[in-house]
Write a protein that binds this ligand. Structure first.
Ligand code: HEC
Length: 162
């Protein structure tokens, strides 16, 4: 029993040498969502405390992010999160992509699926109430130009989409 514990502890220590690279990207004022769109102070605050840790190139890493395997778990959230909605590249993508991301954010707010629940265990300030969800949703709604649907119609017409 004791031997098994030593082996486990040894493996845990060894595992600490295997860490994912941290995401630390410079803020590009010409592409960052907040820099470009000037949301109200409250919306900006909500985006920073509830979304940017997984949906931007500037996540704030908590102390436990040093521990393998927690760090791999967080890294996946950031990679997967940014594939769907990325505040850091907001100004660099096509109109239809921005429009689509805005639509998805509104959907997430309505379904209360974001931020991930596990995130709110350690980030109490990211727990959003209905009024805050509405604020975020209204903000993204005001940024929509319908180009996502136009693009969809275009692809449909071209036979790419059924
Ligand atoms: C702890 C990390 C984390 C936080 C914080 C977080 N997200 Fe996400 N988000 C993810 C991950 C991971 C995915 C992709 C997988 C999934 O949909 O669960 C995702 C997916 C999304 C999507 C795409 C959904 C879809 O259907 O494709 C949107 C939009 C989104 N998040 C918006 C937000 C907004 C807005 C906030 C802040 C209010 C937020 N997220 C906070 C991790 C996070």
């Amino acid at each position: 029993m004791k031997k098994a514990l030593y082996i486990l502890a040894g493996l845990f220590i060894l595992a600490q040498f295997f860490r994912p690279a941290r995401v630390v990207e410079p803020v590009d004022p010409a592409a960052d969502l907040i820099a470009l769109t000037h949301p109200s102070a409250e919306v900006e605050h909500l985006l920073r405390v509830a979304c940017y840790d997984c949906h931007s190139g500037q996540p704030r890493y908590p102390w436990y992010a040093y521990i393998t395997p927690v760090n791999w778990w967080l890294d996946r959230h950031i990679k997967e999160g940014r594939e769907h909605f990325d505040a850091t590249t907001w100004g660099r993508v096509e109109n239809w992509s921005r429009d689509h991301q805005a639509k998805e954010v509104m959907e997430m707010m309505e379904k209360k699926e974001m931020p991930l629940e596990s995130y709110t265990w350690t980030h109490a300030d990211a727990k959003l109430d209905d009024a805050q969800r509405q604020l975020i949703s209204d903000f993204f709604s005001s940024k929509r130009d319908g180009s996502w649907d136009v693009e969809k119609a275009r692809r449909k017409a071209a036979g790419v989409l059924k």
